[in-house]
Ligand binder design. Structure first.
Ligand code: TRP
Ligand code: SF4
Length: 407
């Protein structure tokens, strides 16, 4: 994950859809990340059950069980409810209210242009995704993060476009409702000082920029403003904010923290994925893991025991990198390249390290399964905590919009 430039005070928000059991790739790629982040940041991690509904509304029955299973897995690997706030999206109805309010100012074009929108509709043909809810997926996700004024949002590459929508929505919101009278007065005087010809050019470019998002227009605006000696620095800043569509920061723009892809391939060497049937689930037991590793693909060039191999071409090696000690890794590198060890020796050593890491996870998982009330309690208190922050933001949002409030 790239956390360069991440402010230590940044609040972190991330969610996962409850669509089935996690595999080792999720653990290695996503959850280990969360566990690092929770040490130094205020973190909100939630089950995005409404997001699961956008695609699975026709078969929603497993949602509750999947929600609990998912959170058990988080807890089992070490996501810590005393450090991070863990909750369920649908238990914090403020997400829905903010989603509604944001939907008012979100242009349809922004949603239709998200690449995953058309792609997923194509891919999931059997699901009828011509729905209002599915189109609004990125708006709901925007509400999820803006509600907590997230600074950083750990996401995979496939979610970056959604987060870009969240940033645009925040910017538009701030522009529409974050402009006080002083700001407007400053803008009026700036336009006057520029003269009407320049003012009209600028307005035209800004309009084009908002429609196309082309950053060279923004550069041109910045350049033109910098050159214009009729303006003072405050006026330039106000004009630039206006052109960009930003105003007072009621809803800060969140930063995507790109989660690097997991190093762990599937048992056949391709990307690990449930749909390829090559995944090792976090819940697989000792026997299943052992069988899956023992039958796993190796360096294709190493056909016979006497052929030397190359760890860099071998999926098993990736697992050693994640689970084995430095000493074992050296033993593998040398032994493999000199044909000093066989692949089964290599895999058995890997299993020692993996099982050593997995046993305690399974132990915690079993204890949690036997005590679902404990999980419910974690989620109930997490959701209450999340609501406190959510209500605070929502109060300011309602104020900014001019909605009346109950006394
Ligand atoms: N859409 C995300 C996914 O499928 C899950 C998600 C929902 C999320 N809301 C979010 C992730 C807010 C980060 C922040 O992976
Ligand atoms: Fe892969 Fe290990 Fe066999 Fe080398 S010895 S090819 S690293 S399984």
């Amino acid at each position: 994950m790239s956390t360069a430039g991440l402010n230590p005070h940044s609040r972190i928000v991330s969610g996962m859809r409850p669509t089935g059991h996690l595999h080792l790739g999720h653990w290695e790629g996503v959850l280990k990340n969360w566990i690092e982040l929770q040490k130094h940041h205020e973190c909100y991690f939630f089950v995005a059950d409404w997001h699961a509904l956008t695609t699975h509304y026709q078969d929603s029955r497993g949602l509750e069980a999947n929600t609990f299973d998912l959170v058990m897995e988080w807890l089992a690997v070490g996501v810590d409810p005393d450090r991070a706030t863990l909750f369920v999206q649908s238990w914090v109805p403020e997400h829905a209210e903010l989603h509604l309010l944001l939907s008012m100012l979100t242009p349809l074009g922004w949603l239709e242009r998200v690449p995953t929108y058309k792609e997923q509709q194509q891919e999931l043909k059997d699901r009828e995704l011509d729905t209002y809810g599915f189109l609004g997926y990125p708006v709901l996700m925007s509400a999820d993060v803006l509600l907590y004024r997230a600074g950083g949002v750990p996401v995979g590459q496939d979610q970056v476009a959604h987060l870009e929508v969240a940033r645009e929505i925040a910017r538009r919101f701030n522009f529409l409702y974050g402009r006080g009278e002083a700001f407007d007065a400053l803008l009026r005087s700036a336009h006057e000082h520029m003269g009407s010809k320049q003012s009209h050019r600028l307005i035209g470019w800004a309009k084009q920029y908002r429609e196309s998002g082309a950053s060279e227009l923004l550069n041109r605006i910045a350049h033109t403003l910098a050159e214009d000696s009729r303006l003072d620095p405050e006026e330039r800043a106000a004009l630039f904010a206006e052109a960009r569509g930003s105003g007072r920061e009621i809803l800060p723009e969140p930063e995507a923290l790109l989660t690097r892809a997991s190093r762990l391939p599937g048992t056949d060497g391709r990307k690990m994925s449930k749909s390829y049937d090559n995944a090792i689930a976090l819940r697989d037991d000792r026997d299943v893991v052992t069988r899956k590793i023992r039958t796993m693909a190796t360096d294709p060039a190493r056909v016979r025991r006497s052929d030397p191999g190359e760890p860099d071409r071998c999926p098993v090696w990736k697992y050693h990198e994640a689970f084995s000690t430095e000493e074992t890794r050296q033993w593998v590198e040398t032994g493999c390249r000199t044909a000093g060890i066989g692949c089964l020796d290599c895999k058995n050593r890997l299993l020692e390290g993996m099982l050593h890491e997995l046993e305690p996870v399974w132990g915690r998982l079993h204890r949690l399964q036997a005590d679902p009330d404990a999980v419910r309690e974690v989620l109930a208190s997490g959701s209450e905590r999340a609501r406190i922050k959510a209500r605070e933001t929502l109060g300011e949002v309602r104020n900014a919009l001019g909605l009346a409030r109950p006394t």
